[in-house]
Design a protein around this ligand. Structure first.
Ligand code: CU
Length: 354
């Protein structure tokens, strides 16, 4: 199936049968006004009339028409809350003064509404996509108590420096954690920077694409300057389960969420974005911001930025810290500068206020 062909299918398998919706990838300028009675585009036969809404994605496309949004309460998580939800764990201090941080992370199978009326059988960590943002300081002793409540075998694999037996892959150390089992991953927090963790059981792409990932922040010994901090995890949904590309793209779980609920920031305040790319099936992703530039710290492992730019590109597993201030009031778009991804959900807004 070619790239252009697969993009015509919003949904596949049982999901398609239950909704009948289709979402293509036509340019934004082709989107006509959406109406509630627009028929779905027949698969493989997208219409090309500029003023019909039966085809095409976008925040005004048929799936998201009239500002329709998902039920965050039913999902159990809200991307706006995920944005600034840093989990520092349960802390204690050893006699030698060292900080110990402990977290409970559990895997479960969850049916999530990823677009209005569209459900996705996800495999999640702590019942959300993305999983939790675990945060610590370099040198802390970390204990992550992992419980597999899913019907599938999983692991937690952390990026960072640690012994082989704590690497969370099949066949090494504790290896695969089967349904109903638990294991505690224990390692030192190093190096400082912006990392991630994810399941490492095969088929790996599917385990990740189903939602099994989270952000792992190791703060430097001397904290970074005070800022309005937020996490943005870039990912996609392969709703056809064919392992070929994605039909929806999102930041923090829900496509187009930050178009409906802009990220609110204060004028001239330092904003620090922890940006993580865990997109499966597409080789690269990108981040672009309108009306501004940012300092970029790749992987966050150095305290000096390497770039001052308005667009960065990340391969899968890459991440970096973006720092910026908004000098002007108003709404500013951010999106993948792969415009196809943007039109299938990977776009949002900052709203700058006094
Ligand atoms: Cu898994």
């Amino acid at each position: 199936m070619t790239s252009s062909t697969r993009r015509r299918f919003m949904l596949g398998g049982t999901v398609a049968a239950s909704t009948g919706l289709a979402l293509g990838a036509l340019p934004l300028r082709d989107y006509g006004p959406a109406t509630a009675d627009s028929p779905p585009a027949p698969p493989g036969h997208p219409a090309h009339h500029p003023n019909t809404s039966a085809h095409g994605g976008g925040v005004d496309g048929p799936t998201f028409r009239k500002g329709a949004v998902v039920d965050h309460a039913a999902n159990g998580f809200d991307p706006t809350e995920v944005l600034r939800d840093f989990d520092y764990g349960k802390t204690s201090t050893r006699p030698d003064g060292r900080t110990v941080r402990e977290w409970e992370v559990f895997a479960s199978d969850e049916d999530i509404e990823i677009a209005p009326g569209v459900r996705f059988p996800a495999w999640t960590l702590n019942s959300r996509i993305p999983g939790p943002t675990l945060r610590c300081r370099e040198g802390d002793l970390l204990r992550v108590h992992f419980t597999n409540g899913s019907h599938h075998p999983h692991t937690l694999h952390f990026h960072g420096i640690h012994p082989a037996e704590m690497d969370g892959i099949p066949g090494i150390g504790r290896g695969v954690i089967n349904p109903g089992e638990s294991f505690t991953y224990q390692f030192d927090a190093t190096p400082f920077g912006l990392h991630l963790f994810h399941c490492h059981v095969g088929p790996l792409a599917e385990h990740i694409a189903r939602g099994m990932y989270g952000t792992f922040i190791v703060d430097p010994p001397q904290p970074r300057p005070q800022a309005d901090e937020m996490v943005m995890v870039m990912h996609g949904y392969n709703t056809t389960f064919d392992g070929e590309g994605n039909q929806l793209y999102a930041v923090n779980g829900i496509p187009f969420h930050f178009m409906h609920e802009p990220v609110r920031v204060k004028r001239n305040e330092l904003v620090r974005i922890y940006l993580v790319n865990v997109l499966e099936y597409d080789p690269v992703n990108s981040f672009h911001i309108h009306g501004n530039f940012f300092d970029y710290y790749p992987t966050g492992t150095r305290l000096q930025p390497t770039e001052y730019t308005d667009t960065i590109v990340q391969g899968q597993g890459q991440r970096g810290i973006c720092e910026l201030r908004f000098p002007h009031l108003g709404r500013y778009m951010f999106h993948a500068h792969k415009t196809e991804f943007a039109e299938l959900g990977w776009m949002g807004m900052f709203e700058v206020t006094e």
